[in-house]
Ligand binder design. Structure first.
Ligand code: GLN
Length: 472
């Protein structure tokens, strides 16, 4: 039999329905890949000991007549998503031995669908980063070139799926953390419309920006996972049911040319242009658009996000969750716990965020960023009234070398130039593999990003499938 771990979710689902294979077969195929590769890739922080037992339970449910496209499908879960009774650390020392006391809504929905959780995947600490190098538990390596990063912050999820150690995975995306690793690892990655997926039970980073979403090898698989996790949730008052949207057969694709000039590698731009040409040849229209505030998106994001981070991380005080280091006074307890528990990047963001929210600087930074965010949101909304999607490369470069940006946070932040806008404006955006570029003699994947109007995920899936058909 061909390697079952290489099947897409959709293909595996068909074989499960036809009873050609069982969920236990799939779990064992995945386990074999993990045994071969995880020690060097470090995609999983923990592989769940009960994975096969979950598969047995899924097979039993199927035998009793249940069916769902995810019943018996092995999925990786980013280590900031709560699964009751399992450890969840956000790849931080401060939560190293913390056990989740309830299921995140996305976990509960996936359990109801019958998915098998393979393990918790590595990430940048508290999802702060674009390379997974900020994990307190070691970097994850890119399966295409182990001297390179898998992207971040959902780098473990991306590496696991790319290396067939899961059939799909959940990541979270606050400024690009699903789409950028998808681009670096040759995967499909979806950041849903803000509110489409419940944030209940996700370890919060920036609450007005965070969304969980799928990383998969095909567009159809991303859609299967998205359909299973989306929807209004009583536990998260910002959630919505998607409005019905129409997907035209011929799409109008807007390209913000001026933003692209801001600096993407020449061969990434060439691959992007040739992808657009193929879409034109397939009958779609490509037009130039203006998005003047998009060049400010990084600056806006790197004020608003740390502000929210500083508030969200305040709860890790040595009293309520995880690590607790005692000092002579309560104040010292806080200082010691937080000083020992947080790595350099969360500390940097807590300080930046506290600064931009402080009474002396609020108006100069946070207040301005909020106003600029509103302007950017309006620009994107107006543009999406004239085109169906906005297209850019997902990232300005292919996967970077391990160590390349780690001492230069600003260079790291620049990797997010094309992705942060969708988080600031709440729009859904997807990264689809668009081809390969070469670095040091090795081919590396790069992705194209499409952003659509709120609730128009269907448009992203339709165009994504089109790219998939035309590229491969
Ligand atoms: N790379 C971005 C950051 O470091 C995005 C992170 C994310 O989406 N979680 O903030």
């Amino acid at each position: 039999m061909s390697n079952l771990a290489h099947l897409s979710i959709k293909e595996a689902g068909k074989k499960l329905v036809a009873k050609e294979i069982s969920a236990v077969d799939l779990a064992r195929a995945i386990t074999e890949e993990i045994e071969k590769k995880n020690a060097s890739l470090n995609a999983y922080l923990e592989v769940f000991a009960d994975m096969e037992a979950q598969a047995v339970a899924a097979d039993k449910r199927r035998a009793e007549g249940e069916d769902h496209p995810l019943l018996g499908i092995p999925l990786g879960m980013k280590d900031n998503i709560l699964i009751e009774g399992k450890k969840v650390s956000a790849a931080s020392k401060i939560l190293e031995n913390y056990t989740a006391t309830f299921d995140a809504t996305v976990s509960r929905k996936l359990k109801n669908a019958g998915a098998v959780f393979v393990g918790r995947t590595n990430m940048d600490e508290f999802a702060h980063g674009s390379s997974t190098e900020n994990s307190a538990f070691g970097v994850t390596k890119n399966p295409y070139d182990e001297s390179r990063v898998p992207g971040g912050s959902s780098g473990g999820s991306a590496a696991a799926v790319a290396a067939h150690m899961a059939m799909g995975a959940l990541g979270t995306d606050t400024g690009g953390s699903i789409r950028e690793p998808a681009s670096f690892c040759g995967l499909v990655g979806l950041k849903p419309t803000y509110g489409a997926v419940s944030r209940s039970g996700l370890i919060a980073m920036g609450s007005s920006l965070d969304q969980a979403g799928p990383l998969t090898r095909t567009v159809a698989d991303a859609e299967i996972i998205f359909n299973a996790i989306k929807g209004k949730d009583a536990l998260d008052s910002t959630t919505i049911d998607l409005r019905p949207s129409t997907t035209p057969a011929r799409m109008k694709i807007g390209v913000p040319r001026k933003l692209l000039e801001k600096g993407a590698d020449p061969d990434v731009l060439t691959t992007f242009e040739s992808t657009l040409q193929k879409l034109k040849a397939a009958g779609h229209e490509v037009v130039d658009i203006e998005l003047p505030s998009a060049s400010l998106a990084l600056a806006i994001y790197y004020v608003i996000m740390p502000a929210e981070v500083s508030a969200n991380l305040a709860r890790f005080d040595g009293v309520r969750y995880g690590l607790s280091t005692k000092g002579a006074t309560l104040w010292e307890d806080y200082a010691k716990t937080r000083g020992e528990g947080f790595g350099p990047e969360p500390r940097r963001r807590i300080m930046l965020g506290t600064y931009v929210l402080s009474s002396g600087y609020y108006d100069a930074y946070y207040g301005k960023a909020i106003a600029a965010r509103a302007r950017l949101t309006k620009e994107v909304r107006d543009v999406l009234a004239t085109v169906d999607v906005i297209a850019t490369p997902s990232a300005p470069s292919p996967a970077t070398k391990i160590g390349q940006n780690i001492h230069d946070p600003l260079a790291m932040y620049l990797l997010d130039i094309f992705t942060v806008t969708a988080n600031l404006t709440g729009n859904p955006a997807i990264s689809i593999p668009m081809g390969m570029v070469e670095r040091e003699g090795l081919p590396l994947p790069v992705g194209i990003q499409f952003t659509a109007a709120h609730s128009a995920e269907a448009t992203l899936f339709a165009l994504g499938s089109e790219v998939e058909r035309n590229i491969s």
